[in-house]
Design a protein around this ligand. Structure first.
Ligand SMILES: NC(=O)c1ccc[n+]([C@@H]2O[C@H](COP(=O)([O-])OP(=O)(O)OC[C@H]3O[C@@H](n4cnc5c(N)ncnc54)[C@H](OP(=O)(O)O)[C@@H]3O)[C@@H](O)[C@H]2O)c1
Length: 341
């Protein structure tokens, strides 16, 4: 295999605002040889996630992980096939899932890698509905939102990977579901294909607070927030007594340098006995296997649908990532790098 056949994508500069193609650089690199205990992997599917934006800024590492350094390969959750194994944990041809570098081929230790169970659901579900985004939807909604039958659940970023899963689990639990998203195609998808009760196109709505009031005549019991900013304020203004605000993501603020300013809702939390709670999906790591089984059951029985926004080709990983910030995707934004052998 020649040098040109292996490539990596590194952070070329710290982005200012929304990342651009200059944020990334594609290098030709050698094909590595696995050492004892390592695997040689060929990347198949790469998940691109808005949350990676926060790791591209300069500065201190934070509790959620280490920041990317300049000229260092970016990493994200990926599926890969074992081409050569020097470990007893995996054998040649196994498909593994874990946090891997944006490289076509890489030699890595086995820590943090798991074998993908081909019986559970199709391979690519391990970077989508059975992966981090499906699990964030599952745990955030069920463990923090705790929706009860008949309650109203509002979800922002509703046509994305996390949001579309939240919307459907809330329907499975017997809730009225209102989804907020940024195009007519997304609202049609949510209302007609996923069967939510009402979609609101925030890009075409002048007064979000009134639109939510109209869509939620009984108020909001659970708000699953993927977006933050003004949308949070508009939904919170309609929240009920004992409501639960689940803070999963704040994509509206990922590209801002300044600390967000906004209403300080603490006094309303007292009046409403309401709760705002953030989480990272790995808070629930011990329960992942059980959750994946439930998600796979719903998926295989047709109760939980998912859509892939599948981009082909390693070189297109940066544009797929950048597209998340202009709402290019319906469902999970992912990149197919190579075929499974
Ligand atoms: N807490 C955790 O452990 C955890 C785990 C996974 C993901 N997350 C977070 O969950 C959220 C959703 O992630 P995902 O992977 O499912 O992404 P996604 O929703 O599939 O894709 C991002 C979507 O966000 C919307 N968006 C982009 N910029 C926006 C803005 N300025 N204002 C409003 N909406 C905007 C776009 O849809 P529109 O067309 O609707 O604008 C875009 O399609 C992200 O914030 C992510 O960081 C958190």
């Amino acid at each position: 295999m020649s040098k040109e056949q292996n490539k990596e994508i590194v952070l070329a500069e710290h982005p200012k605002g929304v990342p651009t193609k200059e944020t990334f650089k594609i290098n030709d690199i050698d094909l590595p040889s696995p050492k004892d205990g390592e695997l040689l992997l060929k990347t198949i599917y790469v998940s691109v996630d808005p949350g990676k934006r926060g790791f591209m800024d300069k500065g201190e590492d934070n509790a959620a992980g280490k920041k990317f350094q300049l000229d260092e390969a970016i990493t994200s959750r990926s599926d890969a096939q074992v081409l050569e194994s020097k470990s007893d944990a995996f054998k040649k041809d196994d498909i593994v899932h874990g946090r891997l570098a944006w490289k076509k081929f890489q030699a890595v230790p086995t820590d943090g890698l798991e074998k993908v169970d081909p019986e559970l659901a199709p391979l690519q579900t391990s970077v989508s509905v059975l992966g981090v985004t499906g699990l964030a939807a599952y745990f955030g909604l069920l463990k923090i939102g705790k929706p009860k039958k008949g309650e109203t659940v509002v979800v922002s970023g509703a046509a994305g990977s996390v949001g579309s899963t939240v919307a459907q689990i809330a329907k499975i639990k017997g809730c009225r579901v209102v989804g907020i998203a940024g195009s007519k195609a997304k609202i049609d998808y949510l209302e007609n294909e996923l069967g939510i009760d009402k979609g609101i196109n925030y890009k075409k709505t002048v007064n979000m607070e009134s639109a939510i009031k109209e869509a939620c005549p009984d108020g909001v019991d659970v708000f699953f927030d993927n977006v933050g900013g003004d949308l949070f304020d508009a939904v919170f203004a309609n929240s009920n007594r004992k409501s639960r605000m689940v803070i999963c993501g704040q994509i509206a603020e990922y590209n801002d340098d300044d600390q967000p300013e906004g209403p300080r809702p603490q006094h309303l939390l007292i009046k409403k006995s309401a709760k705002i709670e953030g989480f990272v999906v790995f808070d629930f790591e011990d329960e992942f296997d059980e959750a994946k089984k439930q998600l796979a059951d719903w998926y295989n029985s047709g109760k939980l649908k998912y859509k892939e926004n599948l981009v082909e080709g390693f070189e297109n990983i940066p544009s797929a990532f950048i597209g998340l910030f202009s709402g290019e995707n319906i469902g999970k934004q992912m990149v197919k790098v190579s075929e499974e052998e």
